[in-house]
Design a protein. Structure first.
Length: 242
């Protein structure tokens, strides 16, 4: 699980400044790097890492081709992201994670599996989306098992909020999809409520709620263990329609 947008209470600011102040206040629990993670950062970050900048990247130039672009927010240790990139060589993948050990682990995993269609950011996701990603450029945005902030008083810290999903809508191509997954039913309900009232999106569920886990989203060990214990997992997919 990852945390990308953990706002704290701030005095009233102009809307844009207020939003930017809030998104920078995520909680960072760094953790210690293993020798393997540090080695992967040293060896592979120069070719697979991307630095935050205040202008949009040309990802076709970075990957050396024109291909569908998938962006994942909060990839954790990166195992699932690497698996998806390996199984879909026709697509290019961008991963964003604020925790350095996860970035190191993902780089090592990508090298182990010979994955070349993947680039990583170690930075706050909302700032990356605001400044490094061009509007109407993403085919898919993935948000899998974000921090649920399960206490009611913390629900405002959840990343899926009306402002955030409109930022994603700007970055998605027409027809692009925002795919979420969570193992917290209350968060699933929250996601569904936010997305169902969000302008410019259409639910891809036949029943207008949740979708079955698509084959391209790997079943993690954590998730599999939860399913075996009777815990639910909810996938939501919403398409940008305008």
């Amino acid at each position: 699980m990852s945390e990308q947008q953990h706002p704290t209470d701030q005095p009233e600011q102009p809307q844009e400044e207020k939003f930017l102040r809030k998104i920078r206040s995520f909680v960072l629990r760094e953790g210690r790097l293993t020798k393997g993670q540090q080695r992967s950062l040293d060896l592979f970050w120069p070719t697979m890492g991307l630095q935050y900048q205040t202008e949009a990247y040309n990802f076709e130039q970075i990957f050396g081709r024109q291909a569908p672009l998938v962006l994942e927010i909060g990839f954790g240790m990166g195992k699932s992201l690497v698996q998806m990139a390996k199984e879909a060589p026709e697509k290019d993948f961008i991963g964003i994670e604020v925790h350095k050990p996860g970035v190191g682990a993902c780089l090592g995993e990508a090298e182990t599996h010979g994955v070349k269609n993947l680039r990583l950011f170690e930075h706050d996701a909302v700032e990356i989306l605001e400044h490094c990603v061009a509007d109407n450029s993403l085919d898919t945005v993935q948000l899998f098992f974000p921090d649920p902030w399960h206490k009611k008083r913390h629900h405002k810290r959840r990343i899926v909020q009306p402002e955030f999903v409109q930022l994603l809508r700007r970055k998605l191509k027409p027809g692009g999809v925002f795919h979420m997954a969570t193992d917290w039913e209350n968060y699933a309900e929250h996601m569904l409520e936010v997305m169902s009232t969000a302008e410019g999106y259409q639910n891809q569920s036949a029943t207008n709620d949740y979708v079955p886990r698509p084959d391209h989203r790997p079943l993690t060990k954590f998730e599999n263990r939860g399913v075996n214990l009777g815990h639910g997992v909810w996938d939501l997919m919403f398409k940008k329609v305008n």
